[in-house]
Design a protein around this ligand. Structure first.
Ligand code: TXA
Ligand code: MG
Length: 361
């Protein structure tokens, strides 16, 4: 497949052209508040097949269906429990995906053969406009090639999918930077299948106890994650990524990676590892929050947001990992972001990228 990929702005006229492409069965990448999505008509098997092939994604990994009004949920799902209504009301439009039993009209291709469907109403104005102007439900996985970090800019999308899709709408860098929280409401107990900006606590305040898919906490090769996508290795950088973390030696240290003693201990270890690889001639990069950059005496530091605001770390994470690849890093050492706001969601992605390689000091 090699087609000309048009780069659209996010003005009304361009979004109108993008909507036409979708109506004609083509694929358009578009900004959402989380990451860029690769959109196609969710009710068309052919479009969903095109999405899988453009991404190089296994077709048993279901797509999220994006909608622009809550009435659409009742068109797509057979059953909408009270918990779903409460969460839709509280968090839509926004970075929450809800899994419900699917209606016949949603093709098996879109749901990877599952009897449930993932539904989300994004809050990004360009995304909402595209859904409304096309009059479609838009199936959209993250707009990266399978195995690369999710795109947070239109340029990332072009790097991965130029020549493979009809168009990209450039809405600038996204706000959140990591994918939506996924909550499964199709079973007996609400269960988080993927952590994100909407936290367990935020959900529990509204609907009571929420489980977390156990494979998210400790991956076990014998247990299948409930979100098929979580079982794939996902992104791993071309270089070897390791996370360096202060071991939890004192029980009462709540904010261990945030206090300055811990930061120095971790930095000493990373500096030693860095020097060792560097002196063997390797390209080495270091991922740290901006406040810790001065602890590392090298230009190979890539900063990832601020210690005072985990949201800024999430926003920078994927582009920082792409930079490591672009610069040909053979080894990458990252501080841990576990104790930051959104730490669980950030570390879910970072640990995967590191193949769960953690060095404790
Ligand atoms: O923020 C987001 O959710 C972005 C933007 C574009 O909306 N989309 C996104 O899609 O991250 P994707 O395809 O990269 O990730 C979707 C995840 C996969 O892990 C998939 O397995 C899971 O959702 N999923 C989709 N439908 C499901 C279902 N019916 N049951 C369980 N998991 C499902
Ligand atoms: Mg993805």
């Amino acid at each position: 497949m090699n087609i000309e990929t048009r780069l659209f702005s996010d003005d009304d006229k361009d979004i109108e052209s993008a909507a036409e492409i979708l109506k004609n069965g083509g694929l358009v990448a578009f900004p959402t508040e989380t990451v860029y999505g690769l959109g196609g008509n969710a009710l068309s098997s052919t479009s969903s097949e095109h999405i899988y092939s453009a991404k190089g994604r296994p077709s048993d990994n279901p797509l999220i269906v994006h909608i622009a009004d809550t009435a659409s949920v009742y068109e797509l799902a057979t059953e909408v429990p009270e918990t779903a209504k409460v969460l839709m009301e509280a968090f839509w439009p926004g970075p929450l995906t809800i899994i419900l039993p699917k209606k016949e009209i949603v093709p098996d291709t879109t749901t990877g053969g599952l009897s449930t469907v993932a539904i989300r109403m994004p809050s990004h104005p360009a995304a909402l406009k595209l859904i409304n102007l096309s009059g479609l439900y838009i199936a959209a996985p993250s707009a990266n090639t399978s195995g690369r970090p999710s795109p947070t800019t239109a340029q990332h999308v072009m790097e991965d999918l130029n020549g493979r899709i009809e168009a990209v709408i450039d809405g600038g860098p996204v706000g959140i930077g990591i994918e939506s929280t996924i909550v499964d409401l199709s079973g007996d107990k609400p269960t988080i299948l993927r952590p994100g900006y909407i936290t367990k606590k935020m959900l529990e305040e509204l609907i009571g106890e929420v489980d977390i898919d156990p494979t998210l906490i400790r991956p076990d090769p014998n247990i299948r994650p409930k979100a098929p996508g979580m079982k794939y290795t996902h992104y791993s950088p071309s270089g070897e990524l390791s996370i360096v973390e202060k071991s939890a030696d004192c029980e009462n240290s709540q904010v261990k990676s945030l206090d300055s003693d811990s930061a120095t201990t971790v930095a000493d270890k990373i500096n030693a590892l860095y020097n060792e690889k560097k002196s063997s001639g390797y390209i080495v990069k270091i991922l740290v929050p901006q406040e810790h950059a001065h602890l590392y005496n090298t230009d190979d530091v890539i900063t990832v947001g601020s210690v005072t605001d985990g949201i800024t770390v999430a926003a920078r994470l994927y582009s920082a990992l792409r930079e490591c690849d672009d610069m040909g890093a053979a080894y990458i050492y990252s501080e841990s972001f576990m104790d930051y706001e959104l730490g669980g969601a950030i570390m879910n992605r970072l640990l995967k990228a590191a193949g769960h390689r953690v060095i404790y000091v």
